[in-house]
Design a protein around this ligand. Structure first.
Ligand code: PLP
Length: 413
């Protein structure tokens, strides 16, 4: 009896996979919409900016029949386009053999973790961090070791000593994301130099999630791990995605880039096992080299404007804890004058209505490892992540709704 029960039980690893804070409140939002309520989505980085025309045209002029698998490493035209992009960006040493196309940046993160870690190994992350790293870590049996950063200084890195203290004989890698989701922080050259020097000293992999590479504001530029790749060729892995850069979230395309031959041979074997990424998506995305440079300039200007409007409006809310303006990406971590931000987010979706409208936010606790791995700590519990992916009118209206909702929530709870 006992053994048959055990056979039916799910794995310990599955039990550890947390729900994504970005999506876990979706059923409440769906119910609100069914009830005829307008929901402003500031919970997810799914941009409303138009996909480049040249890519959409590739879909309308589709002439391949049948729609076959693509190659496991990636569709040749897409690999070539990615290589050309990296060359234009100033990294001429990248060849097709250094690129593995993935089904979204998500698969690139998961493949990278799987490739370098055995179950039980540790990966250092700076918290708050992209919540879904928790998913990939749990799936791969990896322990994320969080190092806190602070809202007051825009979530920049702590001093070297604090990072080095967290390195154990199980540490395999440091995983960074700059510009950062969820904080918008763009690491400086000094910070990147420090990380490279630590990776060298302790022979660690450095995984750099550069999904938001081109989303930098106020004239700032991202310092890419590519700039150091030839210095630490066997330790550097860049994780990339087209989702945000070209508003291609639904196309599910990204890539993993490394000069480490063993890693590239290994990820190709994984890729062969899952056959290929989508052919149609890749053929469409191959047009990225034809996207005019004005496209990204306009996108950057638009997000900078949205950020400024968001911060101006949020600044008017009493008791709110605002970080310095994010330097990149399109997110902000904001402290609310409530004890439990998740409860407030639910209240917004289930109870609060202003002119039959409400807002969806992502509770931020899930962006901290210390809570999601159930240590009991309440770090980030009063915070939300706001994705400024709507136009400025919608952002202004959303903050108006949040302001009214906070008043009602605080007075009645
Ligand atoms: C930091 C970061 N990495 C990876 C991803 C995954 O992106 P994709 O849509 O390409 O799977 C996201 C998506 O939000 C992200 O913010």
């Amino acid at each position: 009896m006992k053994s048959s029960m055990n056979k039916r039980s799910v794995s310990k690893r599955l039990e550890k996979v947390p729900a994504s804070p970005i999506r876990k409140l979706v059923p409440f939002a769906q119910q609100a919409k069914k009830d005829g309520v307008t929901v402003y989505h500031l919970n997810i980085g799914d941009p409303d900016i138009k996909t480049p025309d040249v890519m959409l045209k590739a879909l309308t002029s589709w002439d391949r029949d049948p729609i076959s698998y693509s190659q496991s490493q990636g569709e040749p035209s897409f690999l070539l386009a990615l290589k050309t992009y990296y060359h234009r960006f100033g990294f001429p040493f990248i060849e097709e053999k250094h690129i593995q196309v993935t089904t979204g940046g998500s698969e690139a993160v998961s493949m990278a973790m799987f490739s370098i870690c055995n179950p039980g190994d540790e990966v250092i992350v700076f918290e708050p961090f992209y919540a879904n790293y928790n998913t990939y870590a749990a799936v791969n049996g990896i322990t994320l070791v969080p190092i806190p950063t602070k809202l007051e200084n825009g979530f920049h890195l702590p001093e070297r000593k604090i990072i080095e203290e967290k390195i154990t004989n199980k540490t395999k890698a440091i995983l960074i994301c700059s510009p950062n989701n969820p904080t918008g922080t763009v690491y400086t050259k000094e910070e990147m130099d420090m990380l490279i020097s630590i990776a060298k000293k302790y022979t660690l992999f450095l995984l750099s999630d550069e999904v938001y590479r081109e989303f930098c504001y106020d004239g700032k530029r991202q310092v890419s791990l590519f700039s150091y790749m030839e210095e630490i060729p066997n330790q550097a892995i860049v994780l990339d995605s087209l989702s945000k850069r070209y508003s291609l979230c639904g196309a599910r395309l990204g890539c993993l880039v490394s000069l480490n031959k063993e890693i590239m041979d290994g990820v190709l074997r994984i890729a062969q096992g899952r056959l290929s990424s989508g052919l149609i998506d890749q053929v469409m995305a191959s047009k990225l080299t034809e996207v005019p440079s004005s496209y990204m300039k306009n996108v950057q200007a638009e997000y900078q404007k949205r950020r400024d409007v968001l911060f101006e409006e949020l600044g008017k809310i009493k008791g709110i804890d605002l970080p310095p303006k994010p330097e990149g990406a399109f997110y902000a971590i904001v402290g609310l004058p409530v004890k439990d931000a998740e409860d407030f987010c639910k209240f917004l979706l289930t109870t609060f209505r202003d002119n039959n409208e409400t807002v969806m936010l992502a509770p931020a606790a899930g962006f901290y490892a210390s809570t999601s791995l159930s240590t009991g700590a309440t770090i980030g519990k009063n915070e939300v992540r706001i994705a400024y992916v709507l136009n400025t009118t919608a952002i202004k209206r959303s903050v108006e709704i949040i302001t009214e909702a906070l008043k009602q929530y605080i007075s009645s709870y």
